[in-house]
Design a protein around this ligand. Structure first.
Ligand code: GLN
Length: 475
């Protein structure tokens, strides 16, 4: 059976009967089996997916199937899926089963997507290489000695290696865009509050977004259309209407104004080939008649520290709920209550998560609150105001997604700072709450994918997706 790269092609074949959902599911299951060594999926719902496929084939024959009929998807292990295990790839949630499905998951199911498995990730979304998972590393399918990026590494590889057509991940500071870039696929982080966070395990609540991975921009558009919008379970979700992203992605493209931030291309540590690739893309856009200008953003160096102060603070509070009483894992043996909390948390959390809880507790502590947490909040506002100003002049900002291509497994595991630098370009959109996408536009000399990041103004996903399609064709 042929391997499909877009829902459009699948639905054409479903329509003329040349393929069925059952055959599709069988095909994905056999690919999952043959690519087990990648460790992208931590659980496969084989029987359930087969049953669902029969149901949807019947609906197709009756002409009442939902918009995602034929789409086989996976979910990052931070998304609640009723009666399925949910662990955030952490030992501390071992044995925990989701009591309800989150809104995005519920909407996927209602639209007739078939959920085939749960994907590996960095513990609670904290990491940039998928090396902080209690389920072990995930391998990049382009080169098995390299990381897939993180934290949604399993989701990125699941799409990259054709274990599913699309995957939902979460992006707090780049966790969808950076792995998409390392794996040569597309990954969207929408505007903060575009998609309900109900049923998403919290990491940094004022940053967390559910994001979407696929090979084609069209597939991202259609999934976004299904899962975005108002939700009574999350009061932070925007009430702004959800437009037809799918349609707008197919409109012809007008001339636009693009800014590229000088400091991103001058930053130390940016790989030369990536820099050249971005400059070449900007040149092609200019030649096509778009306005392309260099802009200054001297605050760039403050974005990463601001992100890490605020997200660790939020994480230390969010993760306090894992105490061995309410959820999952509890230390063995009879111990006094306080000891039980301590031992459970010491044994249940991984090193990186513990590092962040400690950092976050420190920046929130009475004597340091003003110096760190409060100041970072103010800097966040400055960064957002100054970035928003750029959108009064430009339609899009273009940057590399990551300063490097996929690095080797273990390369940064003893150096947290080097690992944090992998998020240098992705955190700006996160700190500002803006929508941003990573597009698989280029490769380096070793065949490793290079991602281009395009950032748009609040709630301009339609415009962003249309431009993304255009850019992917242009270069
Ligand atoms: N790599 C970043 C971090 O470790 C981003 C993670 C994310 O977006 N969930 O915080």
């Amino acid at each position: 059976m042929k391997t499909y790269s877009s829902l459009n092609l699948i639905q054409q074949d479903l329509k003329d009967g040349s393929v069925t959902c059952s055959q599709l599911v069988e095909h994905y299951l056999s690919t999952i089996e043959s690519k087990k060594h990648l460790n992208a999926l931590v659980e496969v719902y084989a029987d359930e997916a087969k049953t669902k496929a029969i149901e949807i084939d019947l609906k197709i024959s009756k002409g009442n199937a939902g918009p995602l009929a034929g789409m086989v998807v996976t979910l990052k292990d931070v998304l609640s899926h009723k009666d399925h295990s949910l662990q955030g790839s952490s030992k501390i949630l071992k044995g925990f089963k989701a009591q309800y499905s989150g809104t995005a998951v519920e909407r996927l199911i209602k639209a007739d997507a078939i959920i085939i498995g749960r994907t590996n990730c960095d513990e609670f979304g904290m990491g940039s290489s998928n090396e902080n998972s209690s389920f072990g590393n995930v391998l990049n399918d382009v080169d098995n000695t390299r990381v897939p990026g993180g934290s949604s590494g399993g989701s990125a590889v699941a799409v990259q290696a054709n274990l599913c057509l699309a995957s939902l991940g979460s992006d707090t500071g780049g966790s969808v865009r950076q792995p998409a870039s390392f794996c040569g696929i597309a990954g969207l982080k929408p505007t903060y509050s575009r998609i309900s966070r109900h049923g998403l395990i919290a990491y940094g609540s004022s940053f967390d977004c559910i994001g979407i991975f696929a090979k084609e921009v069209d597939d991202i558009a259609i999934v976004l259309e299904v899962i975005a919008g108002c939700d009574e379970f999350d009061s932070t979700v925007s009430k702004i209407n959800v437009p037809s992203y799918h349609k707008s992605a197919n409109e012809s493209h007008p001339k636009v104004k693009i800014g590229y931030i000088k400091e991103t291309l001058e930053s130390e540590g940016l790989n030369e080939e990536i820099k050249q690739s971005i400059l070449d893309q900007l040149k092609s856009l200019k030649e096509e008649g778009h306005k392309v200008e260099e802009v200054d953003f001297p605050l760039l160096e403050y974005i990463l520290p601001t992100y890490y102060i605020l997200t660790t603070a939020e994480a230390s509070s969010n993760l306090s709920r894992y105490d061995g009483v309410k959820y999952g894992f509890r230390t063995s043996g009879p111990v006094p209550l306080e000891q039980m909390y301590k031992k459970t948390r010491t044994e249940g959390f991984g090193e990186e998560v513990k590092r962040r809880i400690m950092l976050g507790t420190f920046v929130l502590s009475a004597s340091y609150y003003d110096a760190y947490y409060n100041k970072a909040q103010k800097v966040r506002r400055l960064i957002r105001e100054n970035t928003k100003k750029l959108f009064s002049k430009y339609d899009f900002l273009i940057t590399p997604t990551s300063p490097t291509t996929a690095f080797k497994l273990g390369e940064h595991s003893t150096d947290p700072l080097a690992m944090y630098l992998a998020d240098l370009y992705t955190v700006q959109a996160s700190v500002c709450g803006l929508p941003a996408i990573s597009l698989p536009i280029d490769h380096d000399q070793n065949g490793l994918p290079i991602g281009t990041q395009v950032i748009a103004n609040d709630f301009e996903e339609g415009k962003l997706l249309a431009f993304s399609k255009y850019l992917m064709k242009l270069v």
